[in-house]
Design a protein around this ligand. Structure first.
Ligand code: NAD
Length: 503
C-alpha cells in the first residue's frame, strides 16, 4: 500500500493564463481510491469562477492573439502540445491512477497514445476549407466559409480524464475555438498537471484553454447555461447528459453527448474460442468495468454456452487484484465510494432477480492485503435480457451472460436496450460479421476484437448513448459552422418587396 501522504498537494486552477484559487477561497480534497486517503486539495469553483473563465475564453476568441493566428500556426501549436504530452506521458498517467485507481498499464497506454489526437487534428487545422457554390443566379459568386463556433465548454467524467478531454480539445483547437474545461470532481489533478506541463509550456495564449474545478451542479451548470458559450461537449452518465442537453437547448447551443452504455458482446459458435474468451474478459474486467463501452452483456450461442462459461470463469478467476500503480496488477479498485456501493447493490439486485452467480459476487481484498473499494470480478449466468442487471449500466466488474439461439435472436437481444454505444461480434464467418455489423444499433461494432479506439475512427452513441461523434475527420464539424456569402456582381434592384427566391 502507498503511505499516507503527510502533506496534501495543493492545486490551483487555470483561468486566462493565470494560476488561481476559487474566488470563494474554498477547496475540496481528492482521494486515492486504492488507499482511500486524501492526497490533494483542489479549488472548489462556483458560478463566479465559471463566468470568469467563459469571459476569458470569449476575449481570447474575439480579440486575443489566438483569433489572429493563422491556421498553420494553430497546427504548429498543436504539434507542440503533442510533443509535450509525449514528454510527460508517464507522469500524467501516474497522477490519473492516483486519482481514479485505474491500472497504470491502461492509463499509461492512453497518455502515450494521446499525442496522436493533437498531431492528427493539428494537421487538419489549415485544411479546413470552405467551398465555392455554383448558385442558381446569374452574375453571382457565392461561397461558404467554415468558421469556429466560438467558446466551448467541456464537461468530463472520472474514468479516463485526459483521454476524454483530448478527444474534445484537439478538434476544438484545430477549428480555432477557445474552451473552458470542467473535469470530474473525483479526478481534477491530471488536467491541472496537463495545463502546467503542456498548455502553459506550449505557449498557448491566455484564455484559449481554461479550467474550472468543482462539483457538477455548482460549476458545471453555469458552463452549460452561459450565453457566451456556443457549444457544450459532455461525457458522463445518461441522466446528467439529459439535464445538460435540456439546459443547453434554452440558449440554442450546439451539444455533443457521450453517455452510458450496456454493450452486447456476442459470441457465435463459429468463433475462435480462446480469442473470444479473452475478448469477453477484457471487455468487462479491464478498467474494473468502469468504461462506457464495457461489454457488460455477454450473449453466447446456446450450442457453446456451457463450454464457454467454463473457460471464461477459469480465466477470470486468475485475475490479480492489487495496487493499480503496479504494471502486473490486472484489476484495480473501484474509483469512488458511491460507485462501489452502487456495484454491490447491483450484485444484490441480480441475485434477487434469479441470476446465477458463477464467479465473485461481493467485495474483495487485493492480493497484497491492501486497498479499498475492491469488488470481485463477478459473472452471472441465466440472465434474461429483461432483468435490471441486463438493462441498466452497472459501471463495474459485473458480467451478465445471456444465451441466444441464432443470428436473429442475437440481433433482437442486442438491440432490445435503451443504449447503443459499443458492441462486439465473435465469428469466423465474413457474411455473418458484415450482416451483424449492419443490424446492430450501436455507434461501434467490433468484430473479433473489443474496446479498440483510434483518433481516425468516429466514436459515439446511438439512442440513449449520446449525440454526435468524437474522433475521426467528422469530429471537427462539431466545432465549426457554415456561413453563406452571396456576392452579386451584376445589376441590383428588381422588385424590393419580393424575396429573391427564384433565379
Ligand atoms: P456523471 O454524469 O456523474 O458526471 C460527469 C461530469 O458531469 C462530471 O464532471 C460531473 O461533475 C458533471 N456534472 C454532474 N452534474 C452536472 C450538472 N447538473 N451540470 C453539469 N455538469 C454536471 O458521470 P461520471 O459518474 O463521472 O462518469 C460515469 C459515466 O460516464 C458513465 O455513465 C459512463 O458510461 C459515462 N461515460 C461515457 C463515455 C462515452 O464516451 N460515451 C466515456 C466515459 C464515461
Amino acid at each position: 500500500m502507498q503511505d499516507r501522504p503527510t502533506k496534501l498537494v495543493e492545486y490551483q486552477t487555470y483561468i486566462d493564463g493565470k494560476w488561481t484559487g476559487a474566488q470563494s477561497g474554498k477547496m475540496f480534497e481528492t482521494s486515492d481510491p486504492y488507499t482511500g486517503e486524501a492526497w490533494a486539495r483542489i479549488p472548489e469553483c462556483d458560478k463566479v469562477d465559471a463566468d470568469l473563465a467563459v469571459e476569458a475564453a470569449s476575449r481570447a476568441f474575439e480579440t486575443g492573439p489566438w483569433s489572429k493566428m493563422t491556421a498553420t500556426a494553430r497546427g504548429k501549436a498543436m504539434r507542440r502540445i503533442a510533443q509535450l504530452i509525449e514528454k510527460h506521458a508517464e507522469h500524467l498517467a501516474q497522477i490519473e491512477v492516483r486519482d481514479n485507481g485505474k491500472l497504470i498499464s491502461e492509463m499509461a497506454a492512453q497518455t502515450k497514445y494521446l499525442p496522436e489526437w493533437f498531431y492528427y487534428y493539428g494537421g487538419m487545422a489549415d485544411k479546413i476549407c470552405g467551398s465555392v457554390v455554383p448558385v442558381d443566379r446569374p452574375d453571382h459568386f457565392n461561397y461558404i466559409l467554415r468558421e469556429p463556433v466560438g467558446v466551448c465548454s467541456f464537461i468530463t467524467p472520472w474514468n479516463s480524464p485526459l483521454m476524454l478531454t483530448g478527444w474534445k480539445l484537439a478538434p476544438a483547437l484545430a477549428a480555432g475555438c477557445t474552451v473552458v474545461i470542467k473535469p470530474s470532481e473525483y479526478t481534477s489533478a491530471s488536467l491541472l498537471e496537463f495545463m502546467k506541463l503542456v498548455i502553459e509550456e506550449a505557449d498557448i495564449p491566455p484564455g484559449v484553454v481554461n479550467v474550472v474545478t468543482g462539483y457538477g451542479a455548482v460549476v458545471g451548470e453555469p458552463l452549460v447555461t452561459h450565453p457566451k458559450v456556443a457549444k457544450v461537449a459532455f461525457t458522463g452518465g445518461t441522466a446528467t447528459g439529459a439535464r445538460v442537453n435540456e439546459l443547453a437547448a434554452r440558449t440554442f447551443k450546439k451539444v455533443s453527448l457521450e453517455l452510458g452504455g450496456k454493450s452486447p458482446n456476442i459470441v457465435f459458435d463459429d468463433c475462435i474460442l480462446d480469442d473470444a474468451v479473452s475478448g469477453a474478459i477484457s471487455g468487462i474486467f479491464a478498467a474494473t468495468g468502469q468504461t462506457c463501452i464495457a461489454g457488460s452483456r455477454l450473449l453466447v450461442q446456446e450450442t457453446i454456452h456451457d463450454q464457454f462459461v467454463e473457460k471464461l470463469v477459469a480465466m477470470a478467476k486468475q485475475a490479480r487484484l492489487g495496487n493499480p500503480q503496479l504494471y502486473e496488477t490486472q484489476v484495480g479498485p473501484v474509483t469512488t465510494p458511491p460507485q462501489y456501493q452502487k456495484i454491490l447493490g447491483y450484485i444484490d439486485i441480480a441475485k434477487s432477480e434469479g441470476a446465477r452467480c458463477v464467479l465473485g459476487g461481493g467485495p474483495a481484498t487485493a492480493e497484497d492485503g491492501g486497498g479499498k473499494y475492491f469488488v470481485k470480478p463477478t459473472i452471472f449466468t441465466g440472465v434474461d435480457n429483461k432483468m435490471r442487471i441486463a438493462q441498466e449500466e452497472v459501471f463495474g466488474p459485473v458480467l451478465s451472460v445471456i444465451k441466444f439461439k441464432d443470428e436473429d435472436d442475437a440481433v433482437r437481444i442486442a438491440n432490445d436496450i435503451a443504449y447503443g454505444l459499443g458492441s462486439g461480434v465473435w465469428t469466423q464467418s465474413v457474411r455473418r460479421a458484415h450482416s451483424m455489423a449492419q443490424k446492430i444499433k450501436a455507434g461501434t461494432v467490433w468484430v473479433n476484437t473489443y474496446r479498440a479506439v483510434s483518433f481516425t475512427m468516429p466514436f459515439g452513441g446511438y439512442k440513449a448513448s449520446g449525440l454526435g461523434r468524437e474522433n475521426g475527420a467528422e469530429a471537427i464539424d462539431g466545432y465549426l459552422q457554415s456561413k453563406s456569402v452571396w456576392i452579386n456582381n451584376g445589376p441590383g434592384g428588381g422588385n424590393p418587396f419580393i424575396m429573391k427566391t427564384a433565379g
